[in-house]
Ligand binder design. Sequence first.
Ligand code: PMP
Length: 340
Amino acid sequence: MDIREDVLGAIGRTPLIRLRRASELAGATILGKAEFMNPGGSVKDRAALGIVRDAIRRGELRPGGTIVEGTAGNTGIGLAVVGNALGFRTVIVIPETQSQEKKDALRLVGAELVEVPAVPYSNPDNYVRYSGRLAAELARTEPNGAIWANQFDNVANRQAHAETTAPEIWGQTGGKLDGFICAVGTGGTLAGVAEGLRERKSDIAIGLADPMGAALFSYYTTGELKSSGSSVTEGIGQGRITGNLQGLGVDHAYQIPDEEALPLLYDLVRHEGLCLGGSSAINVAGAIRLACELGPGSTVVTVLCDSGTRYASKLFNPAFLEAKGLPVPDWMARGDKGTR
Ligand code: PMP
C-alpha cells in the first residue's frame, strides 16, 4: 500500500527526471527535480508547509488561526493548500495589477484576496509591507490569532529545502552528483538545498542561475548588488540579500538572458513532453553552463519549479513574445496565432 494520509503527505517526494536534450548539449547528466508535481503546482508548497509547521511548533499559529502573506503567485497557492488542509484561514495581499488568472487561481484554492495598489517597497502600501501590517493587526484582533509568513526573511523556508529537497536529491542520485544550481526568488530553494547537500558532500558545486534584471549575479561575482536588463520570467530575480540567502556561499554564478533560456523551454515541451514555466528554463540553462564548466560526464541537478500552464497567456502566446521582442518558435507560430 502507498497511501498519503492527506494533501500535505503529497508535498515533496517528487521525481528526478533526466533532461535528454540538456544532457546532450552539455555532454553531461542533467536532472530536473519535478516540483511542478506538488499539489499546489510548484516548489513553493514545500516552503509553505515548512513555514506553517514552524509557526505551529512555536505556538504562534493556533487552531483556527489566520495565515497572512504578500505574494502574487505560487507561495500564496501553497499557503492556501496547506491552510485548507490544516483548518487555517489564508489571506493573501496581492498587487491589483496581477493577472486575472493568478487571482482566480488563488481564489480557487480558497485564499481570501486583499488587492492593493502596485507601488514600490518604499511606499507603506506596497503589498509586502501591507501584508506585514495586516498580519500584526489580525494577530491582535482575531480570536485565534494570525501569523505573517514572511517568506523572504523567514528561514523556515530555507529549512524546508534543507530537510526535504536536499535529502531527496541525495537519495535519488545515490549521492552521485557533482553540482546543484537554481535561480533565486526568496533564496529558500538555493540556500536550503545547498546547505543539505554540502552536509553530505562538502565539495559539491553550488551554482546561481540569475535572470537579467536581478542583482545577485553581480553580488556573487563582484560583491556589489547591481542589476541590468530585464526578464519575462516570474517568481525569480532578487535585488537584495534576503534572510534566507544570508550566509550562503556560491561557487559558480551565471547571468542567463531570456534568449538563451526560452529555446530550451520550448524544446522541453516539444521534444520531451515537459511543459514548464520560465524560471525552470533559467534553471536548465544554468545547469547546462555549470555542467560544461564541471566537465564531461558530470551530473548536475536543477529544479523544475512550476508548470507552463501558469503562463499560457504569456510564454506560450506568440502575441506576447512578439510584443516583448522575443523569437516565436516555428511550431507555435504555425499552430497558434495568439488569440487567447
Ligand atoms: N520559480 C517560481 C515559479 C517561483 O514562484 C519561485 C518562488 N518565488 C521560484 C522559482 C524561486 O524559489 P525560491 O523562492 O525558493 O528562491
